[in-house]
Design a protein around this ligand. Sequence first.
Ligand SMILES: [Zn+2]
Length: 283
Amino acid sequence: MLVNSDSLLSMASKEGYAVPAYNINNLEWARFILEACQEDKSPVILAVTEKSISYFGGTKVIYNMVKGLVDELSITIPVVLHLDHGSSVEICKKAIDSGFTSVMMDASRKSMQDNVSDTNEVISYAANKNVSVEAEIGVLNEEEGESLENDSVTPEDAKEFVLQTGVSSLAPSVGNKHGIYKDEPKLDFELLGLICKSVKIPLVLHGASGLNDNMIKTAIFCGVAKININTDLQIVWADAVRRFLDYNKKEYDPRVIIASGEQAIKKMVHYKNNLFGSKNRAV
Ligand SMILES: [Zn+2]
C-alpha cells in the first residue's frame, strides 16, 4: 500500500530503527526491492532523483509503474514513493500531482531564508494532499566535487529551520557524502545527536553507502530514522551483471542480463533491512 512517510518515520524514531530508502533505477530494481522488503516485512521508501525521472520518462510513468507493481505483486508492506533531492518547488509540485507520497525540497545550496521559503511553499502545497516533505540544510559534498568541503550545520540553525518550516523530516550535513567515499568517511555523531535533540523530528542520513555497520548503528542511535541507499545497490548489481556477461558472452536477452543482478540486489536489501532494524516492523 502506498503511504506517506510521516507515521513510518515517527514510529522508527520512537522505536530506534531506520526505514530504508532505496533509489530505484528502473522497473526491475523497483520489483526486486519491493519483493525483498515484502519478504522481510520491512516498510520501504522507493526514492527517485530528478535524473531518474528523466530516465524513466516522467513522474507519472514512475507513479503508475510503482502503483502497478504494488497491486500486481500483492505488496502489503507500507511503500512510500519519494522524490529525492527535488531542486525546485516546481518539480516537487509535479511529483505531488503525479501521486508521489513524499518529496524532498532540497534548497540547501540557497541562503537559509530562501531554503525556508521554498520548503514552506512545498509544505503548503503538500499539506492537503497528505504528502510528507523532507528538507536539507548544510550542503552535502558530491563524489565529483572533491575540492568542496562539506558545509556542516549547527544545531541552532537546524532548530530555527524546523521552527520556521514545520518540515516533517530533516537531512542535516554532518560529514556524509554522496557516491563512493574516496577517504575514510568521518561523520560528526556528536553534532548529529545535538541536532536530533534540538529539532525533535526524524533525521535523514544521505550518502549512507560505504558507511560501516557501526557507523550506521550509531547514526540510528543518534536519531536517524531514514537511511538512503543508492551506490551500494548499484555496485553489487553492476558486479553481478559484469560477472554474468563474462561467463555468458552470447547472451543478448536484456531481461536475462538485467535480472542477473537480481539476487545481488535482494541480498543487499535483506542485509540493510536487518542492519537498519526495519525487518518485521510491517506486520
Ligand atoms: Zn542524498
